[in-house]
Design a protein around this ligand. Structure first.
Ligand code: AMP
Ligand code: GLY
Length: 420
């Protein structure tokens, strides 16, 4: 099979790595890719937001299967354009991608499906939104309706912060994404993520993970895209997972199918778990980044067969073969992230690190310049390891981190603390 992966982050490096383990892969192209991906696959500069361009490229390169990594092309209908052109695609339609692209749409689906989630109200005018906040009191959560690159959520611990968030969002701080706001009840509990493949009808859970969103040790400081993750998530026990599937995932997927917009791809359910009861925080319509990195290291080559089965509507016959293992990824980020950060600093020592089924450094934001690897993003490397215990995986991941010589970056030393 000739395979095309769209995206350029650590998530796509991990997807590419898993696909390359599978003997059914004859050729792999990643667009646009990065310096780490270029070490294992062909990379192609391509505007992945332009579905027509991607379809032409896939035609010219005799592609059999396209895997879409990030949410932006999905929300822009790139999977639809590819399917119209006759390609087999892993990733939801534009209509189904609204589960991530519109928070009020997701709330509506949860209501219709009876899925437990935070109580909420929607507003487009500041006056009524502020009245509602004053009536409810803090803590309270303010969300821009649309895609805001992970920045459109304010968890306000006091009323003043909540009121200011309304002015920001309805005042245009997030452009069109903030033209409508969803105000939610603050949910207490422990957060974890459940990843489920869906082929329109059949659902297949493929793993759980927890990430660390705050930049600082002890989960302090500003929010980031994620500073590290581990799988499995102990809080998502088999019982809690079964409840999340029965009470949240299956009814919402059935509601999507009933509305004529069946979901196909990976559904990433962000859950809040309290006293063994899961509630939905949010859906994403793609793999988490960096959660994908730990899932791929655990699943290996079968990940490609599972994604292929989802795309072909054959999930009913698919099985996941689990090892009783644990994986962890530590994010190395550029100094200054998630604020403004420097680009172009050189990273040394990567060549000496092990690369096998238990140890992988996935690249998130790198480029090659004159034979050297340089940092080009905020999150730059995802140092990932797998072991029989989380402790073992963690020790190996940090040993790799310490062997990397990069003056321009930093990392958290406490990834996985909650689970240990
Ligand atoms: P989201 O972009 O929806 O994942 O929100 C970002 C983060 O805000 C989540 O991972 C949670 O930590 C937090 N959050 C979102 N909604 C709520 C809620 N209703 N109650 C408590 N925390 C929330
Ligand atoms: N790590 C969080 C996300 O991918 O949305």
């Amino acid at each position: 099979m000739n395979i095309l992966i769209l995206g350029s982050g650590g998530r796509e490096h991990a997807l590419a790595w898993a696909v390359m383990q599978n003997p059914k892969c004859d050729k792999l192209i990643v667009a646009p890719g990065n310096a780490g991906i270029a070490q294992i696959a062909e990379c192609a500069g391509l505007d992945i937001m332009d579905g027509g361009l991607v379809a032409t490229f896939a035609e010219e390169n005799a592609i059999d299967f396209v895997i879409v990594g990030p949410e932006a092309p999905l929300a822009a209908g790139v999977a639809d354009r590819l399917r119209e052109a006759g390609f087999l695609v892993f990733g939801p339609s534009e209509a189904a991608a609204r589960l991530e692209a519109s928070k009020s749409f997701t709330k509506e689906i949860c209501d219709a499906a009876g899925a437990p989630t935070a109580g909420y109200a929607r507003f487009t005018e500041a006056g009524p939104a502020k009245d509602y906040i004053r009536a409810q009191g803090a803590p309270i959560v303010i969300k821009a309706d649309g895609l805001a690159a992970g920045k459109g959520v304010i968890v306000a611990m006091d009323e003043a912060t909540a009121l200011a968030a309304i002015d920001d969002m309805l005042g245009g701080a997030f452009g069109g994404a903030g033209a409508e706001v969803v105000i939610e009840e603050f949910m207490e509990g422990e957060e974890a993520s459940l990843f489920v493949l869906v082929d329109g009808e059949t659902v297949l859970p493929i793993g759980t993970a927890q990430d660390h969103k705050r930049v600082g040790e002890g989960d302090t400081g500003p929010n980031t895209g994620g500073m590290g993750a581990y799988s499995p998530a102990p809080v998502l026990s088999a019982e809690v997972e079964a409840r999340a599937m029965d009470e949240i995932v299956k009814p919402t997927m059935a509601e999507m199918a009933r509305r004529g917009m069946p979901f196909q791809g990976v559904l990433y359910a962000g859950l809040m778990i309290k006293d063994g009861a899961p509630r939905l925080v949010e859906y994403n319509v793609r793999f988490g980044d960096p959660e994908c990195q730990v899932l791929m290291l655990r699943l290996g080559a079968q990940a490609m067969d599972l994604m292929h089965a989802a795309a072909e509507g054959r999930l009913g016959e698919a099985r996941v073969n689990w090892a009783d293992d644990h994986a962890i990824t530590v994010v190395m980020a550029a100094n200054g992230y998630p604020g403004s950060y420097e680009k172009g600093s050189e990273i040394r020592g990567l060549d000496a690190l092990p690369e096998d089924s238990r140890n992988m450094v996935f690249h998130a934001g790198t480029a090659e310049r004159e034979g050297a690897i340089v940092a080009t993003g905020g999150r730059v490397l995802n140092v990932t390891a797998r072991g029989d215990s989380l402790q073992e995986a963690r020790e190996r991941a940090y040993a790799m981190v310490e062997a990397i010589d990069w003056q321009g970056g930093f990392y958290r030393r406490d990834i996985g603390w909650r689970a240990l």
